[in-house]
Design a protein around this ligand. Sequence first.
Ligand code: M6R
Length: 366
Amino acid sequence: EKGGYEHFMLKEIYEQPNAIIDTYRGRMLVNEGIVRMAGVDDNIERLANAKRILIVACGTSWHAGLVAEYIFEDFARIPVEVEYASEFRYRNPIIYENDVVIAISQSGETADTMAAIKLAKEKGAFVFGVCNVVGSSISRESHAGAYTHAGPEIGVASTKAFTTQITVLTMIALKLAKHRGTISDSDFRYHLQELDRIPAKISKVLEANDHIKLIADKYKEAPNCLYLGRGYNFPVALEGALKLKEISYIHAEGYPAAEMKHGPIALIDEQMPVVVIATKKGHYEKVVSNIQEIKSRKGKIIGIVTEGDEAVRDLADYVIEIPETIESLTPLLTTIPLQLLSYHIAVMLGKNVDQPRNLAKSVTVE
Ligand code: M6R
């Protein structure tokens, strides 16, 4: 059942190229320059004319929501707010009838996310579900939706659910952008072509597995770890930190790289590993100067860089390369080494990778 892999988590990490193909198969017609999604097409006016999109989710799905905020605002030019479902539901939130609420949930059973959409429905919002489990409670409670089609995710640590959520949300954002005229036809096509190249590029990143294992061995005893990113890769930093915490029990935090100087840089000493996402597109120069600040305080730097990078390589203790792609799609690649890094550290520490302590796959209680 684990298909020859030692753990479900590793299997699911390796399934990502195919899972993403399954997500866009039949929907994205690259040569025709079309994306077909019934849940979006049937409600295109409601979605594209939303004054505001509210995204509600928990955990890793909330991180996918943060990536989606950048994508929707960038392409479709619709204001987006991303909320923890647990905070949203208890806050007496302001919800307008022309708001669209997107609920993101792998299991489709998360109690807080479910309660958040019930509340949004009561207030007249249109609820769109992005779920993995077909027929799940959240998918049934939503007015419309799009499945991620990632296949069953067994490992408690979410991996392929995250990357397929980003894939679905990217396609939705592109469709809304096209309808609203905020993206040119040629840019739209170019994005489809680039998305179509992502699975092969993920396979390329997976080839770095042995190298990542070496890095894991080097830092497995660290009591703390920081993850930094900017722009589209800020949520990836949060996701990398969550992955390490939940399966290795090492304390980890994700930050927007520029926030370091507002406090967390005080944590840096020669014991502190800092994973920095420093891909070429996406505030590269600024991230390089953030790396210099860490370096001068003797922090250990693991850089996630674009193939051929030199500046970060010179500063970092280790680098992991990812192939080049357009900025909005980089999270689909930068996430992969962070998943593998936490996986190997957890295995080396003898932790129960697929069923970490105190955690359940679906959180059906609040
Ligand atoms: O099923 P959901 O996507 O609604 O689950 C949300 C979170 O419980 C989930 O993402 C959790 O944070 C994962 N264990 C993270 O790896």
